[in-house]
Design a binder for this molecule. Structure first.
Ligand code: SF4
Length: 411
């Protein structure tokens, strides 16, 4: 089956494990100063849960049409960051959502004040913000540059008007075109998010969207296969037979077209869903795929600190109300065992096209990566879905189409 990567962009739901989290163990303080290695995380994620409208396929943590909650959200965020007993320097900051640029200029400046009250960005650091084309004004862009943002991730999704309507996006292809031009003139790095496998989308529509994206001097593109997540409007419509999932063979052709078209434009694939000119990979997301630790704040945000993975409450009003009372609002907490850390490093590392360095893995974990889950590794090495090349264990080209299946075997 073709790998069906949801349109996930932020870590708030990107790292889905096996559902075995324990809830709120009383003995773990997820905001405690880093102890294990003595090295605090060098990456920070912040979740902004506001959108103009909830798109029918979206299951992110957000509220739509409730902008009156923004002041309380900012206060709650202040209170959550105040849990840290120190200040930290990080190399990457990623503000995701929701739609962070749905906030006003004043609210964005306040958000930056909260953030930089606890964190500093190292010299040469990467500061990404997610944005949608609808209503993205020059004032907001200037404000982002003013607070240090140097990478804009734009949720363009498609250049086909009909597909944008199906997705319930609030912008047109012309608006996207205009915003991309302005963003390129404003930020050192601009990335585009595109979606394939949309009901009714043809291969022609998708390749035309890819071709339109290639016309811009863009160095990074993310492509996500649409999935139907429980609880979304799309899921309900699928169940009732009102819309239909894209057939696997068509979705496979779409994924292959992205690899071919973007690769031939000098934007080769570097991760299951991501393409970049060498040197323009998203440094923040690399932290996740390399199973390194990171701070995270905001509703639904997932962090990995001190060997503990924890996720904040996904209910936005619950998260706000708890933090306004200075109470932690956690949904899931798990202290990883040594074996779980190893398995995570494998299933995250296999998402990277270069795969997992056998030497680095041995240095870090003291074991040979191919010996972990030996039966699964051998089966996929024999079946041509995994390979060992250049001292790395990695998915073959065919394996990338089956990534979900192969990676699941290492869980
Ligand atoms: S704009 Fe993005 S985050 Fe907001 S509802 Fe639509 S898909 Fe979800």
């Amino acid at each position: 089956m073709v790998v069906r990567q949801h349109h996930l962009r932020a870590p708030e739901t990107k790292l889905k494990f096996d559902g075995s989290y324990r809830v709120n163990p009383p003995d773990i303080d997820v905001y405690a100063a880093p102890q294990d290695s003595g090295t605090p995380p060098r990456a920070l994620y912040l979740h902004v849960p506001f959108c103009l409208h909830r798109c029918g396929y979206c299951d992110f943590t957000l509220v739509a049409g409730q902008d009156d909650l923004v002041p309380a959200y900012l206060q709650a965020l202040t209170n959550e960051l105040d849990q840290l007993d120190d200040s930290y320097e990080v190399d990457t900051i990623f503000i995701g959502g929701g739609t962070p640029t749905h906030l006003s200029v004043e609210q964005l400046e306040r958000l930056a004040g909260i953030l930089f009250g606890r964190f500093t960005l190292s010299s040469g650091g990467e500061f990404s913000v997610e944005a949608n084309p609808d209503g993205l004004s020059d004032d907001v862009m200037k404000t982002l540059v003013g607070i240090g943002v140097n990478r804009l991730s734009l949720g363009v999704q498609s250049f086909d008007e009909e597909i944008l309507r199906t997705l319930e996006r609030q912008h047109t292809p012309d608006e996207a075109d205009d915003v991309i031009h302005r963003a390129i003139g404003t930020f050192p790095q601009v990335s585009l998010d595109l979606i394939f496998g949309v009901p009714g989308q043809t291969i022609d529509s998708w390749t035309t969207t890819l071709a339109a994206a290639r016309l811009f001097p863009i160095k990074h593109v993310s492509t996500y296969g649409l999935t139907f997540e429980k609880g979304t409007d799309f899921y309900r419509r699928l169940q009732r037979g009102h819309i239909h999932a894209t057939p696997d063979d068509l979705e496979r052709d779409m994924y292959a077209a992205a690899m071919a078209q973007l690769g031939s434009s000098g934007i080769p694939q570097y991760e299951i869903s991501n393409f970049a000119q060498p040197g323009s990979e998203c440094r923040h997301n690399m932290v996740y795929w390399q199973a390194r630790e990171y701070f995270a704040f905001g509703p639904g945000a997932a962090r990995y600190v001190n060997g503990v993975r924890s996720t904040n409450a996904r209910n936005v009003t619950r998260w706000i109300n708890c933090w306004l009372k200075q109470e932690a609002a956690l949904q899931e907490v798990e202290q990883l065992s040594a074996e779980e850390k190893i398995r995570e490093a494998i299933f995250l590392g296999l998402r990277l096209v270069e795969g997992i360095s056998i030497d680095s893995f041995r240095d870090r974990f003291g074991s040979n990566v191919a010996d972990i889950a030996r039966a699964s590794a051998a089966q996929h090495l024999d079946g041509g879905l995994l390979e060992i090349a250049d001292s790395h264990l990695r998915l073959t080209l065919e394996g990338r189409f089956m990534a979900d299946t192969v990676i699941a075997d290492f869980l």
